[in-house]
Design a protein around this ligand. Structure first.
Ligand SMILES: NC(=O)C1=CN([C@@H]2O[C@H](COP(=O)(O)OP(=O)(O)OC[C@H]3O[C@@H](n4cnc5c(N)ncnc54)[C@H](OP(=O)(O)O)[C@@H]3O)[C@@H](O)[C@H]2O)[C@H](O)CC1
Ligand SMILES: [K+]
Length: 501
């Protein structure tokens, strides 16, 4: 699914009005009706206070209020006083006046506000995608009032005060903290940043039937990785395939005391379809790998403890380095040498491989084009330094990916795949239960298998994060968030692939 900047959404909106064709007031009615249909079963019989602004977000709020009133809901409307209501908002205010029970409070000061019980639901329709500056004055007062009530707030389209994209200069006091946000047609970029979760709460998309032609025509740099995207990226097997055509991957992982990372990554790689897997492990640990992953071949390092050498790379269709290798000087030297001889072979670097590169900046220059790096936030900080907010974090990632021509996979909620071109893919699968030891090692194994099958690096990264998250979601259904461990993600890979194809 595409994610658009809010200014492009206004363009799609306009195109829909002209080409469906549909009157803008009727498009607003359709959006509000679909919102009502979602809210009605969730909040049956609860009293509502609907807070509306002067723009079209307020128009949606007023149309929704009419629907609530007609359905018998106790509904009070608080309208932010303004001299210039949008045309459709003014029309919806007019329509409300025809309903006998409607109570519209024109907000001028705090004394005007209704008393609220804990049973109330507040609907926030003050500002939506037309917001262009931080809130102040009466609008700010209203937001602060809503936030201090400590009752459930439902935001229409966007929590009022939150910008669709960059909130760097915003005033955190002037943003509604919703329990739920029902957003029209597309997720907004700012919803995908961890720091904005406290504003959006749980968010959901409501399809309001914007014109599909315009949606496919307008280009964007941002995508939400859904099943369709992943399915189109995954290669099919032919009946003539054999293990030699499914890729021979090399995984360099583990050190004395950290063999779990290597085992998890190796298992995940095999469960993600690699034809053959060779794992490079320290001498003293080879029995662990043989016993835990009998399907893997083992290349034994001369060191008892760590990664210090690697086999001839020409045999392998893709190489993965990092889980559990440590950052001791011998491992540093070996990674440096590997980067010297890698050529343009597909490569994924994770965990300590990233830490080594962060500590030895000259190695960044040796990264082959298209290499995939999968840092968690701590590793990414070591690579690029601090950031002030998540929008800036994304900018830094785009800069790094462009400069070094690599693909970054920023792990976390909505794991983000950043391509050298600046295109970003945000993952839709996964859950907080996956914040557990070894989860990242599993991802490395999955992506390595895909790279080994000659998938383009960006495709392997995008499909890999989706399958990883989906396997985590499937595992969570039986394990729950607390008990979920990395091995459960591996066990669910089969179902994840089946459900995606
Ligand atoms: N395609 C869709 O998804 C549809 C969306 N709908 C709804 O429409 C809103 C967007 O409506 P819009 O009128 O563009 O925007 P807002 O309701 O957010 O209002 C913006 C107006 O407010 C002014 N503004 C902007 N920032 C501030 C501020 N900080 N303080 C005060 N006023 C502000 C701005 O005017 P200015 O001239 O003052 O700049 C705007 O006029 C969308 O979110 C949906 O809810 C449709 O109903 C259906 C289709
Ligand atoms: K809103």
């Amino acid at each position: 699914m595409k994610i658009f900047p809010v200014k492009s959404i206004a363009e799609i909106d306009q195109y829909t009005i002209e080409n469906e064709p549909i009157l803008s007031i009727n498009l607003m009615e359709r959006a509000s009706r679909r919102l009502f249909d979602v809210l009605d079963p969730i909040y049956r019989n609860r009293p509502f206070v609907v807070v509306a602004g002067a723009g079209n977000n307020g128009g949606d709020a007023l149309a929704l209020s009419r629907m609530l009133l007609l359905a018998g809901y106790d509904t009070t409307i608080v309208l932010l006083k303004s001299d210039c209501l949008s045309t459709d908002t003014a029309l919806n205010l007019e329509r409300l006046k025809h309903i006998r029970q409607s109570k519209v409070i024109l907000y001028q000061s705090v004394e005007d506000l209704p008393s609220i019980t804990s049973n109330h639901v507040i609907v926030d329709g003050l500002f939506g995608s037309g917001l262009n500056r931080p809130l102040e004055g009466k609008a700010l007062e209203l937001v602060q009032w809503m936030n201090e009530l400590n009752v459930e707030i439902v935001s229409i389209d966007i929590p009022s005060g939150l910008m669709g994209e960059d909130n760097s200069g915003n005033n955190p006091e002037g943003i509604v903290k919703a329990r739920r946000t029902f957003t029209f047609q597309f997720p907004k970029l700012s919803f995908l940043f961890p720091e904005n979760h406290k504003y959006t709460g749980q968010w959901e998309i409501i399809d309001i039937g914007l014109h599909p032609e315009k949606i496919s025509e307008i280009t964007t740099s941002w995508y939400f990785i859904d099943r369709d995207i992943c399915r189109n990226l995954l290669p099919q097997r032919s009946c003539f395939d054999h293990k030699g055509t499914m890729g021979h991957t090399l995984l360099i992982a583990g050190s004395y005391g950290k063999m779990g990372a290597a085992v998890l990554s190796a298992r995940a790689c095999l469960k993600s379809g690699t034809g053959l897997l060779t794992v490079q492990v320290p001498h003293d640990t080879c029995q662990i790998m043989h016993a835990a992953v009998p399907e893997a071949m083992v290349n034994i390092d001369r060191s008892d403890l760590m990664f210090t050498e690697f086999p001839n790379l020409s045999t392998f269709s893709a190489i993965g380095v990092g889980p559990g290798i440590g950052i001791r000087s011998n491992a540093v030297k070996a990674l440096d040498a590997l980067l010297d001889s890698i050529g343009d072979r597909p490569l994924i670097l994770d965990a300590d491989a990233i830490n080594i590169i962060a500590q030895n900046p000259h190695m960044k220059e040796k990264l082959p084009p298209g290499a995939i790096l999968t840092p968690h936030p701590g590793e990414f900080k070591r690579l690029v330094g601090e950031w002030d907010n998540d929008f800036e974090r994304l900018e830094k990632a785009k800069e790094f990916a462009a400069q070094h021509k690599v693909i970054l996979v920023l792990k976390g909620a909505y794991t983000t795949v950043v391509l050298p071109s600046g295109v970003c893919y945000f993952n839709s699968t996964g859950n907080p239960g996956m914040a557990t030891a070894g989860s990242g090692d599993v991802l490395t194994g999955i992506i390595l298998a895909m790279l080994g099958r000659k998938m383009d690096a960006w495709k392997a990264a995008v499909a890999g994060v989706y399958i990883h998250g989906l396997a985590g979601d499937i595992a969570c259904e039986t394990e729950g968030e607390e008990a979920l461990i990395a091995s459960d993600i591996i066990s669910s890979l089969g179902k994840a692939f089946i459900n995606t194809k």
